[in-house]
Ligand binder design. Structure first.
Ligand code: UDP
Length: 340
């Protein structure tokens, strides 16, 4: 098959591209390299050779997207490109809406013009906002009430997709799936690509950077949440399992239907539990200090993955936190400066 992958030079997008290339598909990556890495593109080129094309372009550039979709005879779009930090979104809401919502609309316009009608979109558990503990674990029908611009911008684009799929008088209807990711971690087993955010804001890589000596300590954002140990609880899913979910979703794309699934392992770990796991895996003390809450953080988010298991026969292979952290640690030790 022939794929256009937006954000293919980023963390999750690059892992998806590698798998597609390893499986013999043809991939066009569109990435503006604001958050993505040229080093990731190099790794993809090494894996895919002539089956990889790279376009340095922004989602807002509808004409370039149209050309790529048409000239590369794309069947399916995997839309990973976006801004993904809760804290940053509280400071830069406009940027988040522009990139995550308006950028998606530009892509969808290009798809409409060129007749490409299959899209899988990277959505997020942040679209659920702060559900009450009684709503945990989260199913796809849990009401979506995001509490930060990141979650809102992703939900808005879900709504755009839903509307397009339901469009009346559409001779060639859209098939769209939103996968609502929980917290993604880990890296390619062969360490060809991995997680490298600038700046890094995510819990596991920050703990591991402390273990590497690149940071003095972890700051725990809030110890007074209504959770068992007072720190936030999240569901950590391995990036390879997430890529598997995308491959499974390809077979579930249905014309004129917008469908969505949660992708998580179905179990929550607290910030302290993650820290302890990082200490065990690295053998490093990883000093930590208690800090204030980070704006926009809900107390606990973890998935009920029943629907994706039932509908797509997807099942997380990485369910042990220490194994997930070990995978992230392997990449980080091999690439202490990331792609730099
Ligand atoms: N966190 C923390 N210290 C950090 C980074 C993150 O305590 O330096 C917490 C954060 O408040 C959240 C959890 O770790 O509760 C996971 O945060 P991350 O940024 O990795 O992912 P998010 O849940 O925001 O998508």
């Amino acid at each position: 098959m022939r794929f256009l992958v937006t954000g293919g030079a980023g963390y999750i997008g690059s892992h998806a591209c590698l798998r597609l290339l390893d499986d013999g598909h043809v991939v066009t990556v569109v990435d503006n390299l604001v958050r993505g890495h040229r080093g990731a593109v190099d790794a993809l080129r090494a894996a895919g050779g002539a089956r990889l094309a790279f376009l340095e372009a922004d989602l807002a550039d509808t004409a370039t997207l149209e050309r790529a979709l048409r000239d590369d005879r794309i069947d399916t779009v995997l839309h990973f490109a976006g801004l993904t930090n809760v804290g940053e979104s509280m400071e830069q809401p406009l940027e988040y809406h522009r990139t995550n919502c308006a950028g998606g609309i530009s892509l969808l316009q290009a798809m409409k013009t060129t007749g490409v009608r299959r899209i899988i979109f990277s959505s997020t558990a942040a679209t659920y906002g702060e559900p009450p503990q009684s709503a945990m674990p989260l199913t796809e029908s849990t009401p979506q009430c995001p509490i930060n611009p990141y979650g809102r911008s992703k939900l808005q684009f879900e709504e755009v997709l839903r509307g397009e799929c339901a469009a009346l008088k559409e001779s060639s209807p859209l098939a769209a799936i939103a996968l609502r990711y929980f917290n993604v971690a880990g890296a390619d087993a062969k360490e060809r690509v991995g997680e490298d955010h600038r700046p890094e804001t995510h819990l596991i890589p920050i703990c591991l950077q402390v273990a590497l000596g690149a940071r003095p300590h972890l700051t725990i954002y809030g110890n007074d949440y209504e959770t068992p140990d007072g720190t936030c609880v999240r569901d950590y899913v391995h990036v390879e399992d997430l890529v598997d979910a995308h491959l499974a979703a390809l077979t579930a794309l249905t014309p004129a239907q917008f469908r969505c699934w949660n992708v998580g392992i179905g179990r929550g770990y607290s910030v302290r539990a993650v820290l302890e796991s990082c200490r065990r895996v690295t053998g490093h003390a990883i000093p930590a200090i208690d800090g204030p809450r980070r704006a926009g953080d809900p107390a606990a988010l973890y998935a009920d993955p029943t629907a994706i298991m039932r509908d797509m026969h997807w099942r997380a292979q990485w369910t042990d936190l220490d194994r997930i952290v070990s995978s992230a640690w392997k990449w980080m030790r091999a690439h202490p400066r990331g792609y730099a």
